[in-house]
Design a protein around this ligand. Sequence first.
Ligand code: COI
Length: 361
Amino acid sequence: MTQPTIELKPSASPLSDAEREALLANPGFGRHFTDHMVTIKWTEGRGWHDGQLVPYAPLSLDPATMVLHYAQEIFEGLKAYRQPDGSVATFRPDKNAQRFQSSARRLGMPELPVETFIEACDALIQQDRAWVPAHGGEESLYLRPFMIATEVGLGVKPANEYLFIVIASPAGAYFAGGVKPVSIWVSEDRVRAVPGGMGDAKTGGNYAASLLAQAEAAAKGCDQVCYLDAVEHRWIEELGGMNLYFVYGDKIVTPALTGSILEGVTRDSLLTVARDLGYESVEGRVSIDQWQRDTENGTLTEVFACGTAAVITPVGTVKRNSAEWKQSNGELGEVTQKLREALLDIQRGVSEDKHGWMHPL
Ligand code: COI
């Protein structure tokens, strides 16, 4: 596979230091974007070519561009963290690059080499490094690599042209309430993904499919929707955009990957971080009845959601039909807090990176 070099065409009018600092003071999530982006094209017969680092700007697409009609699109999310010495490092970019390849295979798209994925992210961070928030807080620079089908035409088939892009956005807490526990609405009838479908691919379609149930959750006064499996409507799968963990005293359990669950990088990392802290961590099956019963009988001590954007967010109130219960009295539980700190400490470079997860730039 060809390996394009990334040609630099810097912005003539980046944001001033004062404007950027004002945005970094309260970045929110996904609201502001850095001065540049990376673009790389793929064409049938030619492979990857024309890698460029260009000013962040709107795309111009023919109305018949295939992605607009058949949603052949995949994306990733990873973060760059300011380290104590002022340098910058990303967290497990190789895992995101591999998942991007796996999503590409599922959507009939070309696979971007892992090294090119990492090089593109690194090039953007290097250029816009002033946008990486200061060390020590919760903030980071969120990278959003994605790929769209750019062939023009209305025939339904894998496109013969694609565009890979990386944009970056300074990020604070994903939820407006910060690390306050989120409330969950359990969707008993709508499902996120089916066996044999594309639930394990990170593609916009899965998120589009989650929006109606997410709106229903909001109408019930909840922050997030929780999906059950599509066959028995019984086994916990994941939230709209995050994986789930169940804490049973010293043991943490996350739903095993069934093909319809996204293989989250945070989810995977926590299996190891938890073991490092002396907890037992396993992948298993948790039913919605078990969730309710074990909370009521006190054996299920905490529940939390995890993802790159959300990091680790405790679950507070859970609503299911007419039933309603609270995890950890609606507060941040001890295990959730320990895991959150341990993971963030690795990412912020204040504890030893035993597993070689950090990628320094
Ligand atoms: C991420 O955590 O990076 C995601 O892509 C999920 C989305 C809800 C922001």
